[in-house]
Design a protein around this ligand. Structure first.
Ligand SMILES: [Zn+2]
Length: 259
């Protein structure tokens, strides 16, 4: 547990420390934070880069994919020479080289319902869902509800992007991902099927990383709000997510309710 910054850290993170909502206390919180990022595509690579650069102490990165040529226009951490290499290995190498304060824990597996409990470490209190798979999002949501983790979910396709954050330990009125997207939902557009522009992915990833830093430094208070970006007309809409009292995932897990 780090409780004091070194002289080098004061210099390295000085522009963050100057922000009143972060300060020295917030920077120390970042340097003690343990975050898991699931999915190392366009969203996850940028999220991981921003969090490592901000000084997050430990990043568990989960992805079973290899780098492919059509990843390169938006997954900026990968280079031509990385084609066919495991994404987690490339990210671990690049981020460990660039940011000495971060420990990268690479997990070279696709997360699913059978392994979620073993792949996400208990010590990770914040899980960032950067996958583009509806079934996996439901698995991550259920894990976060059951273990009272904080979940930041981001998604994007050619027409719209969205971000929201649930704090299942402290914020109890917004429900969960399944309240918003029922388990019966099947149809989903993803980058793989509908195309997407790199900078639009970057906007959603940057927003996820910003919320993650704000959550860790205790300056975020918009849990349970949906931020939706219309890629076509460059407009944002913010809406409150409401809990579905009949939701099979979260109805038993809120404070004051029978378990
Ligand atoms: Zn729910």
């Amino acid at each position: 547990m780090l409780n004091q910054l070194t002289a080098t850290q004061y210099i390295q993170y000085s522009k963050q420390i100057l922000l009143p909502e972060i300060g020295e206390t917030g920077q120390i919180a970042l340097l003690n934070a343990n975050v898991t990022v699931v999915g190392l595509g366009g969203l996850g690579t940028l999220v991981a880069q921003y969090l490592a650069a901000a000084g997050v102490a430990s990043l568990t990165l989960i992805d079973g994919d290899q780098v492919e040529r059509d990843n390169l226009p938006r997954q900026l951490i990968y280079a031509e020479s990385d084609l066919t290499k495991a994404k987690v290995d490339v990210c671990a190498m690049r981020l460990s080289d660039a940011y000495l304060d971060v420990t990268i824990v690479p997990v070279k597996q696709m997360l699913d319902v059978s392994n979620v409990d073993s792949l996400i470490p208990n010590t990770s209190k914040l899980i960032i869902d950067c996958t583009d798979n509806l079934a996996v999002r439901q698995v991550i949501n259920r894990f976060c509800v059951n273990n009272k983790k904080t979940l930041i979910n981001g998604a994007i396709n050619h027409g719209s992007g969205q971000v929201f954050c649930f704090n299942f330990a402290k914020h109890t009125s917004a429900g969960c991902y399944t309240c918003f997207v029922p388990l019966t939902a099947k149809v989903e557009q993803s980058c793989a099927t509908s195309g997407v522009l790199g900078p639009a992915v970057g906007m959603i990833a940057s927003f996820q990383a910003k919320i993650a830093i704000e959550h860790i430094t205790e300056s975020f208070n918009q849990y349970g709000q949906l931020f939706r970006f219309n890629v076509t007309d460059n407009s944002w809409v913010v809406a409150n997510l409401n809990r579905d009292p009949a939701c099979s995932i979260c109805r038993h897990h809120y404070l004051g309710e029978a378990s």
